[in-house]
Design a protein around this ligand. Structure first.
Ligand SMILES: Nc1nc2c(ncn2[C@@H]2O[C@H](COP(=O)(O)OP(=O)(O)O)[C@@H](O)[C@H]2O)c(=O)[nH]1
Ligand SMILES: [Mg+2]
Length: 230
């Protein structure tokens, strides 16, 4: 039986974390045992307590460090606990845990080390209702990443990804604020194989997004630093 860790970063997601973990508990991937790892990044609500009650491994940052730092902790924890493969998804129920089998299939089949779950690959109906500036930002950053990596890519900002053990162990996230673009650059520059698979998506109904007008000003210097790293 392979150990598939499901890493979930969470900051103040008490409205969704319980349902998410219940649904992860019902997901079946043939040949795998799923184990959820929640990284609680300084939540001030009941997120960590609910995740513990649901039986997840909970790692806590007692102060908020940022999503990049949380994903770094999550991948490190998964590898340290012996995961053979890792699935990653956000805690806010924008992504469907029921899509985990399709997400990890290229990793388990040995075709890819790194998989992006794409909200656009199935035709883009999934992002209906997303604000215009976010749509434009998504496409612009995805185009930038596709040019920098010279790969076909449709969703560089997705919050649902999968990793082989080797990719999870090698991943370096250069800033604490976010991981989305710099992680892809890091892994593809290290030569890991890559695929995108279509996934479902719906906008969040609880809580609030961390993304704000400062996002590009934080992301672009990190991409620059990542490109200059050896
Ligand atoms: N660890 C950590 N997670 C965060 C932080 N802000 C948001 N998250 C989590 O990261 C995921 C994505 O965040 P979200 O704000 O929904 O981003 P969006 O989907 O791109 O709008 C969710 O699971 C959040 O709980 C943070 O400061 N630290
Ligand atoms: Mg979200």
């Amino acid at each position: 039986m392979k150990h598939l860790a499901v890493v979930v970063p969470a900051k103040d997601e008490e409205g969704t974390i319980g349902e998410l973990l219940d649904r992860i508990g019902s997901v079946r991937v043939p040949g795998c045992e799923l184990r959820a790892v929640v990284v609680d990044d300084g939540s001030t609500d009941r997120t960590a307590g609910i995740a513990c009650e649901c039986g997840a491994v909970v790692v806590r940052h007692y102060e908020n460090k940022g999503l990049g730092a949380a994903v770094r902790t999550g991948l490190r924890t998964a590898v340290g606990r012996g995961a053979d493969a890792v699935a990653y998804l956000d805690a806010d129920l924008e992504y469907y845990p029921e899509d985990i089998p399709r997400l990890v299939e290229p990793v388990l089949a040995g075709r890819a080390d790194y998989v992006l779950g794409s909200r656009y690959k199935g035709g883009g109906r999934e992002v209906r209702g997303m604000r215009l500036y976010r749509r434009i930002g998504n496409h612009a950053f995805t185009l930038l990443l596709a040019l920098l990596t010279r790969r076909r890519m449709t969703d560089g900002q997705t919050g649902m990804r999968a990793f082989s053990r080797e990719a999870a162990a090698a991943a370096e996230i250069i800033h604490d604020y976010n991981y989305a673009q710099v992680l892809t650059l890091d892994l593809l520059r290290k030569g890991f194989t890559f695929e995108e698979v279509p996934i479902r998506y719906r906008l969040r109904e609880h809580g609030a997004s961390f993304i704000c007008w400062r996002y590009p000003a934080k992301i672009l210097p990190a991409i620059w630093r990542e490109l200059r790293a050896p």
